[in-house]
Design a protein. Sequence first.
Length: 457
Amino acid sequence: MTKAQATGPLTEAWREEYARRRQIVADAVGDDAALILPAASERIRNRDVHYPFRQDSDFSWLTGFPEPDALAVLAPGHKGGDLILFVRPRDPERELWDGRRAGTDGAVDHYGAAKAYPLDRADRQLPKLLANRSRVYCPFGADAAFDRRVMGWIGAVRAQARKGVTAPTELVAASRVLHELRLRKSELELAIMRRAAQISADGHRLLMQTCRPGLGEQQLERVFIDACARHGGRFQAYTPIVGGGANACILHYVENSATLRDGDLVLIDAGCELDGYASDITRTFPVNGRFSPAQRDIYALVLDAQRAAIDAVEPGRRWSAPHKAAVEVLTTGLVKLGILEGTLDDVPKLIKKEKYKPFYMHRTGHWLGMDVHDVGDYKQKGKWRRLEPGMVLTVEPGLYIAPDAKAPKKYRGIGIRIEDDVLVTDDGHEVLSADAPKQIDEIETLMAATGAPDAST
């Protein structure tokens, strides 16, 4: 059985980080409001077996408290302090079976709560904390049972109206405050994300050194997972994609059950999670260590598109700039290769009509952070938002030419994606995953040096 366990006390640097975050949130919601967040709960996989516990990202970002079923209340101006936690009490018998708990004392001493109560005190204390506040910020709509509890607490406050107590009259999505703040990463967060990207980049390098015809997709998946775990990335940020041959043309292929064939490419989209932060890297390389001419054509085109997209990542540029750059390069290349009909003069028209979409159907990236598809609006007031220092995004153009596509036969069944994790800096960008090889010569040299057979022999 996999159960949740408390981690050790926060370091002083992280205590200060969480205190800083809470102050920013408190200032944003105001003294006449309260914010309530529930922790994640343990989930049953089957019968007595649990899924590995993973804390809710918003709850973790605000509190750092690692245990399930807790409640966090941020009540600016509260006389006892603004962070109140409701947690599982200490229980020696359950801790013997399931692992240590912080308890109320640990919540205060180790995680910076001003006050902590056992979970069964929540229904008694929450109405007191909500009294005379006009707004409640919470993740309403995500969990019907939690929504009912919030309405019950507000109802209990309303019942005191004859005593002169006023109840909140407005419910606001907590995401309106938290997700904008999570979008810009602090130096402590970036240190973790750099390390996560490095662990995953090293894993992708090892996959290139390991790959050979006859291996199973699942074997490469296991090599990557084990490599990450050895360096601290015990969990994956998402289910790895290992698609050999035409399987690479399935965007979210996760069966990973086929045998890798000589002459095919393999697309691997995999990244570890480290201390609650995700990495997300995709590399595509030849199973036998050598790109065929057709594979080289498509790969070089995707690599050029990614280079153009990464160059478009800089502060002040619109979120859409990397995608526009990638689409222009890809569409031009598809025309040159005879996959799209037309001339180079037709490229603007082809882009406007989205003629590239049968071969490139997704956007060029997404936010990256505590969640692999991290939070934060992509548009503001109807316009693509501008990039700012501290934002982290993926840049991942691709081409997917299905076996039955209307394209020259030599290109059919080729699926290629190249993805990196990119930080927006004060004067440009930093590619966090730069150590994962992606140049054609670099890949072929690495694979040749580690024994992958040469396709020409």
